[in-house]
Design a protein around this ligand. Structure first.
Ligand SMILES: [Zn+2]
Length: 305
């Protein structure tokens, strides 16, 4: 296979500066929070605020009462040309309170609208939802059980127990995903519980103490019985459902005999490029266009025989 790395991944490519050096500047953060030009990216019970296929925002003036009542502090996301951007958890609001927040906008599951959003909008909304998701699950210290408090403008939470003081950082779970090839055909599979036609690459989480390449070899072997070599990195993608970093690979095998494990896969098949050019005729469906799985498959098809 020729090397042509997967790039321009959906959910990446924010159009603003994360300005990490500002996170510890409490006075600057407080000034930005009081600035009517700043923007709040609200997240309600895991849902993002969307209007007409675009991200919708609150300004800090109309949103100030929300900041004061919010379950956790606003989290500084970065700065675009004019605005400082903050993620804000508004999960304390009742459903009836949401209607008038931004006219015409609605809190929506990002997964349901992500393919219609511009890449930078999907990136911003997933970044905000990701930080709120992490914050809500780290309000108490995993080491001693005391409450934690936000630091670094929400990018770290420190245990309030003076005998502990452990620092907790936002979590990203690495997972590998791989197109396995054998003599011009690639291996796609359907997991148990997936829709009947959906077929995708093999994938799984990286385990402690293994490299991503080792995780590829282990996952493919466990799920399909296939032994791979020539494991080659093909780019990565944040996957905000809820907090994975997908690491994309291609790999080769010399022996295509499938022995499916009991747990994960309902079926797996080898497909040629010609077959995958018309999935409908095969009776299968390929993964969503916003996924690295789809990009890995499309790149492999585009390479040609
Ligand atoms: Zn603690």
């Amino acid at each position: 296979m020729e090397d042509r790395p997967t790039d321009h991944a959906h959910y990446s490519g924010t159009a603003f500066d994360r300005a990490g050096e500002r996170r510890r500047d409490d006075a600057w953060i407080a000034t930005r929070l009081g600035d009517p030009e700043s923007r709040l990216v609200p997240v309600w019970r895991g849902r993002s605020l969307v209007r007409g296929g675009e991200a919708a925002f609150l300004d800090t003036r109309t949103g100030w009462h929300l900041i004061e009542g919010a379950p956790t502090e606003p989290i500084f996301l970065g700065i675009d040309e004019r605005h400082a951007l903050f993620a804000l958890d508004v999960s304390h609001l009742e459903e009836d309170d949401l209607a008038d927040l931004v006219p015409g906008a609605a809190f929506t599951e990002l997964y349901g609208v992500a393919t219609q959003l511009m890449r930078r909008e999907a990136s911003l909304l997933s970044h905000a939802a990701w930080m709120i998701h992490w914050t809500r699950r780290h309000r108490f210290c995993g080491a001693c059980g005391h409450a934690t408090r936000a630091a670094d403008a929400g990018h770290m939470r420190r245990c309030t127990n003076p005998d502990c003081g452990v620092m907790h950082f936002p979590r990203t779970d690495p997972a590998v995903i791989v197109v396995v090839e054998h003599e011009g055909r690639c291996l796609l599979a359907r997991q148990k519980g997936w829709p009947d036609q959906l077929h995708s690459c093999l994938a799984g989480f990286v385990e402690p103490g293994e490299s991503a390449e080792e995780a590829v070899a282990r996952e493919v072997k466990e799920e399909s019985g296939i032994t791979v070599h020539a494991v080659t990195a093909r780019g990565s993608q944040p996957w905000p459902y809820p907090c994975s970093l997908m690491l994309g690979f291609w790999a080769q095998t010399d022996d295509p005999a499938l022995h499916l494990g009991d747990d994960e896969l309902a079926e797996a098949h080898w497909f040629s490029r010609a077959q995958l050019a018309d999935p409908e005729a095969l009776g299968i469906r390929l993964p969503r266009h916003d996924s690295i799985a789809r990009r890995l498959i499309d790149d492999w098809i585009a390479l040609g025989d």
